[in-house]
Design a protein around this ligand. Structure first.
Ligand code: PLP
Length: 361
């Protein structure tokens, strides 16, 4: 039997419309900057994808900048807006944001993983123009920050707000008008790696991070990755069945808690993405659980895997106050096409490995 993929937050399963758009763009080929007919046909695909992104996020097409993915979209926003501003980042931000602002002040989160709004107000009150970076949904826990409140506080204090919406973009209804810049990534919403986008508030101007041949109105040089952009635009038109996915996730959590009553689900009391669960099995390292589950035919991840494949204790769990257990979490993230028997298959595998994991720890 095929392995059960419960690692959609690493890369979401490809959407059928995205596959179709990808193949169509590959067959078409061409460089959107060429002025002959082939180039103009490629340009039409890029602009159709731009409109799809704009429509989805309530933005103008001219305010969409295509990038290579979520990491670059975050970097473009932060490097472009940070000059002359203090940068504040939530403690649970993705490495893509933290690396773009290494000197940033850290805004703590509450034990349920949501941003500490009083701390945000206090830090902003300490003066000076500021850029605040708060993700819409956390990639490890799925916890949703109270973005409307964050935006209200930023506006009242004259701060700009950058939102990393990489994990929420294909799964939750957008909240237009809150962010000055918003980052999304194609392969996290059912497209393919190679394209992402930064969505700008009306009238906002950003310097290019990568200069080049004037593409994206001079805001991002480099030939547009046509197939990946076409797939991104198409994936955004797909419907996401949050109710079905949340019920599968909830069944996994209920079953896991009855098999291991000492387990803890991080951020369970907070609003979360429908597909994500971060389960802590005290005393058993996350990577040990991941390997055992993989051998039993289930793919999950431990915290955030870095590209080296090494797994460090989760900074997300540490920020939520989990201490030594911050290294004992596994992230279960269901893809949009998870089978209905996913809970049964996960729980059968988990029950089979649990005794062994406990004896080893
Ligand atoms: N932001 C978040 C919340 C993510 O989960 C990721 C990827 O894991 C990124 C940014 C980086 O996106 P990309 O892989 O498209 O560079």
């Amino acid at each position: 039997m095929n392995s059960l993929d419960l690692d959609a937050n690493a890369t979401e399963a490809l959407r059928p419309t995205a596959r179709h758009a990808l193949l169509e763009a590959l067959a078409l080929g061409g460089n959107p900057s060429s002025i002959h007919g082939g180039g103009r046909a490629a340009r039409r695909l890029v602009e159709a994808a731009r409109r799809a992104v704009a429509d989805r996020f309530g933005a103008a097409a001219g305010d969409i900048i295509f990038t290579s993915g979520g990491t670059e979209a975050n970097a473009l926003a932060i490097h472009g807006l940070a000059a002359g501003r203090r940068v504040l980042v939530a403690a649970t931000e993705h490495a893509a944001v933290r690396a773009a602002a290494p000197e940033a002040l850290v805004i703590p989160v509450l034990p349920d993983g949501r941003l500490d709004l009083m701390a945000l107000e206090r830090l902003l009150g300490q003066g000076g123009p500021a850029l605040v970076c708060v993700m819409a949904a956390n990639n490890e826990s799925g916890v949703l920050h109270p973005l409307a409140d964050v935006a209200r506080i930023c506006r009242a204090q004259g701060a700009l707000l950058h939102v990393d919406a990489v994990q929420s973009a294909g799964r939750l209804a957008p909240q237009p008008g809150l962010a000055d810049t918003l980052a999304i990534s194609g392969h996290k919403l059912g497209g393919v790696p190679g394209a992402g986008a930064l969505i700008l508030a009306p009238g906002l101007h950003l310097p290019a991070l990568i200069a080049g041949g004037g593409q994206e109105r001079g805001r991002r040089g480099g030939t547009e990755p046509l197939p990946a952009i076409a797939a991104l635009g198409a994936a955004l038109t797909e419907r996401y069945d949050a109710t079905r996915i949340a019920s599968l996730r909830d069944a996994i959590e209920a079953g896991l808690m009855s098999l291991a009553p000492d387990a803890v689900i991080a951020g369970r009391s907070a609003p979360r993405l429908p597909n994500t669960s971060l389960a802590i099995l005290p005393g058993v390292r996350g990577e040990t659980q991941v390997i055992a589950l993989d051998l039993a035919g289930v793919r999950v991840s431990a915290g955030a895997a870095c590209s080296s494949g090494k797994v460090a204790a989760s900074h997300v769990l540490e920020a939520m106050g989990f201490g030594a257990d911050a290294a004992c979490g596994i992230r279960i993230s269901l893809p949009w096409n998870a089978p209905d028997d996913a809970p049964e298959r996960f729980l059968t595998a988990f029950a089979a490995i649990l005794g062994r994991l406990r004896r080893r720890s």
